[in-house]
Design a protein around this ligand. Structure first.
Ligand code: NAP
Length: 304
């Protein structure tokens, strides 16, 4: 029996792991892929304190992992297929067997949202991408479309200009959602063409992306934009499949917790992007991971 199982090794999970290992809790951190979470898809992080010149997403999470492992945190590659969560018992079913734990912290984050339009599924990996950091170098001197108007979309549009000849940023409104600093930066770039009030209706191509069909939501006018790549950044969906029906979720599907990261089931905590909250940042994920472990310690004490 573990004291604590943490599910997901992004910044929230790695911080929880660091604190739990230092608190000498018998802890297991489970991750289905490699540690890092969405930060791995971030080229450059400028707003995480302590790195005045910025740091690559890869390097940041690599440092977090190494720091936690220095205190003997055990990180295992196991995919969780089922969770049985009750006040009395917590069972984690993975591809390698059943694990029991006294307390659990969910830090499994969120997944990029898809557009759900024709051609999208067919062309994933053939020109449709949800990660500019991973795929931008394929589009050197080519034209790409980028869908979305939030911080992620704008950051990735700026990153894409290092490679692509032209980035057409397609946004469904006439104002970007991204923060002012990012808005100013992207609007100053000649390589970025912002297409306002417009949504994509179809991604065109059979074996590779040939272009995207667009519709102006104000005028109804349709058009076709020939591009070789389509990057989609329209928000995230929480990875809460495993806990649906077991934990209280908000109307968007994020896990509801109190200020101590406690979910609706005693002994089950959540931290990072999976939580219902107003700000999803590396800095907030890290603080929540630490808070969750403090709350776990108090919970474990209460069991004695
Ligand atoms: P987001 O803030 O939810 O923005 C999603 C964008 O996609 C919005 O502009 C939205 O349009 C658009 N959109 C949503 N559904 C769409 C659809 N079906 N078709 C077309 N457009 C659609 O998501 P995000 O940019 O990924 O950011 C997620 C969180 O991470 C935010 O809290 C953000 O501040 C944070 N973040 C921070 C940083 C940073 O601080 N450097 C970097 C990345 C992300 P509307 O604007 O019309 O709703």
């Amino acid at each position: 029996m573990e004291d604590l199982i943490i599910i997901g090794a992004g910044p929230a999970g790695l911080t929880a792991g660091l604190y739990a290992a230092r608190a000498r809790l018998k802890t297991l951190l489970l991750e289905k892929l490699s540690p890092g979470g969405q930060v791995l898809m971030t080229d450059w992080v400028e707003n995480y304190p302590g790195f005045p010149d910025g740091i690559s997403g890869f390097d940041l999470v690599d440092k977090m992992r190494r720091q936690a492992e220095k205190f003997d945190l055990v990180i295992e590659n196991q995919e969780v297929s089922r969770l049985e969560l009750s006040p009395e018992k917590k069972v984690v079913v993975t591809d390698k067997g059943n694990l029991e734990t006294r307390a659990l912290i969910l830090t499994s984050g969120a997944t990029p949202r898809k557009l759900g339009i024709e051609g999208e599924e067919l062309l994933i990996g053939k020109g449709v991408s949800y990660c500019a950091t991973c795929d931008a170098p394929f589009y050197r001197d080519q034209e790409v479309a980028l869908i979305g108007g939030g911080d992620t979309a704008v950051e990735e549009a700026i990153f894409l200009t290092r490679f692509a000849a032209k980035v057409h940023l397609i946004h469904r409104r006439d104002e970007l959602r991204a923060t002012k600093l990012l808005r100013e930066r992207v609007m100053a770039l000649d390589q970025v063409n912002i297409v306002w009030d417009t949504v994509p209706t179809r991604i065109v191509g059979d074996t590779e992306v040939k272009g995207v069909d667009l519709k102006n939501v104000k005028t109804g006018k349709t058009s076709h934009l020939p591009v070789q790549g389509v990057f989609v950044f329209v928000g995230y969906i929480p990875n809460t499949e495993l806990v649906k029906g077991q934990l209280e979720l908000d109307k968007l599907g994020f896990v509801v917790t109190n200020n101590d990261m406690q979910t609706s089931v005693p002994g089950v905590f959540a931290a990072g992007d999976i939580r219902s909250k107003i700000l999803r940042q590396i800095a907030t994920a890290v603080g929540e991971g630490a808070t969750a472990v403090f709350a776990v310690e108090r919970y474990l004490e209460s069991l004695k």
